[in-house]
Design a binder for this molecule. Structure first.
Ligand code: SAM
Length: 315
């Protein structure tokens, strides 16, 4: 073995030929070549295709080929119903595939991740968090409701940023939340670059949950902002929305359609709803004649939204 400090470029050739002082290092510590045979093999595997949408692959279990744009791999299903387009998949993946500037407004009701302060509380089924025992089992569970405050802020900032990239200048963004998540939601809206303009309470009327020795759980909130400056023109909308929780719901956290109609009275289409649930915003869009883009990750709710919108189209 040679003595003295290493000198010269540490190339594989120098190491192998013994010209470099580190020439007799054990083999495991040598720089490794990329495994070309694995890459070649991956390129030969044809991409998986979704049967109903041949240009879009279905559920995928491996990384896309280098030559294939990754954005073709992100949704599991897509349906057009009238002026509505519905996607089944994760909003964080689908949003970057939509055209920048193509959205007139964002109106949505994301999971609040609100039903508990501890990990065991948060990881309970959504029905246990948000429903009284006599109503459990009526609706499918929904997804994305287990985040703590810090991760909720990070995640909300991510999807709100991606939504803003799609929004036209001056577009409105209205996001539902509850009293616990109100501060973090307005923080996320601003972190994502929206101009925070206010909070419009949703008064759920006396159908809100009564609580012994406490104020009735009667309100939720709509945090709203705009994508930059918004001209002072157009119709005027109320600052408080009073609408009872529907007797017949299609989702654990189902909202009234008329509430959504009221909120979109000053919005331009297409309206983007990255957390479609049972499609309440889509239904309101259909009634108002506005184009709609809805995304839902839970297949059971995607199907419910599809059938509600189809029924609305027929009726
Ligand atoms: C509060 S609910 C919306 C309920 C809706 N407003 C209604 O009236 O039916 C939120 C929905 O977002 C869905 N969700 C959660 N994480 C998601 C994600 N990353 N991408 C798309 N949808 C998601 C949940 O499965 C749930 O159905």
């Amino acid at each position: 073995m040679r003595n003295g400090p290493p000198s010269g470029p540490l190339t594989r050739k120098a190491l192998r030929s013994g010209e470099h002082p580190l020439w007799n290092l054990p083999r495991a510590s040598l720089p490794r070549r990329p495994k070309r045979h694995i890459r070649r093999h991956r390129d030969q595997v044809p991409p998986l295709r979704h049967p109903e949408c041949p240009e879009a692959p279905g559920a995928h279990t491996r990384a896309p080929r280098a030559s294939t744009p990754w954005r073709r791999f992100v949704f599991l299903d897509r349906k057009d119903i009238g002026a509505a387009t519905l996607y089944l998949g994760d909003a964080l993946e689908i949003l970057p595939t939509l055209a920048p500037g193509s959205v007139g407004a964002v109106l949505c009701d994301p999971p609040y991740s609100s039903g508990g302060a501890s990990l065991s509380d948060r990881s309970r089924p959504t029905s246990a968090k948000y429903q009284s025992s006599e109503h459990r089992g009526l609706y499918p569970e929904f997804q994305g409701d287990t985040r703590d405050q810090r991760s909720y802020l990070a995640w909300s900032t991510l999807w709100l940023s991606r939504a803003r990239m799609l929004a036209a200048p001056g577009a409105l963004c209205a996001v539902f939340t509850d009293w616990r998540q109100l501060p973090v939601t307005s923080d996320a809206l601003q972190c994502a670059g929206w101009v925070w303009r206010g909070v419009a309470p949703w008064d759920k009327t006396e159908r809100g949950r009564p609580q012994l020795g406490r104020y009735r759980a009667q309100a939720e909130y709509v945090v709203w902002g705009t994508n930059g400056a918004r001209p002072l023109k157009g119709p005027v909308a109320p600052g408080v929305f009073r609408a009872p929780i529907p007797h017949v719901k299609h989702h654990i956290a189902g909202k009234p359609v008329e509430l959504m109609e009221g909120l979109m009275s000053i919005m331009e289409g297409p309206i983007l709803d990255p957390f479609m649930g049972s499609g309440t915003v889509g239904l309101a869009c259909a009634r108002k004649g506005l184009p709609y883009i809805g995304i839902e990750v839970e297949p059971a709710y995607y199907e419910i939204a599809l059938s509600r919108l189809e029924a609305e189209g027929k009726g």
